[in-house]
Design a protein around this ligand. Structure first.
Ligand code: SF4
Length: 78
């Protein structure tokens, strides 16, 4: 079942961006899809979602981007 706080365009998986309007929701700053466009994309309103499951190399970069997100909107579940 979809996490109601996740952006609806996220690909299914452990990594996702939360939707604007929720606590820690994306503010559309552009950092994640600017730094890692292989994994993150922007919707029509510049909010972020995950469109590709990262490979092992990309996952290391994802972990850095998670730290860079100013609102903690990028979630990587265990
Ligand atoms: S870094 Fe965070 S706030 Fe900025 S676009 Fe990505 S998910 Fe949204």
């Amino acid at each position: 079942m979809r996490n109601l706080e996740a952006h609806p365009q996220n690909i299914d998986g452990k990594l996702y961006c939360t939707e604007e309007g929720f606590d820690n929701g994306c503010i559309g700053c552009g950092i994640c899809y600017g730094q890692l466009p292989q994994v993150f994309a922007e919707d029509d309103e510049a909010y972020a979602y995950v469109f590709k499951i990262p490979n092992d190399d990309e996952l290391e970069l994802v972990k850095e981007v998670i730290q860079d997100c100013p609102v903690g909107s990028i979630i990587l579940e265990d």
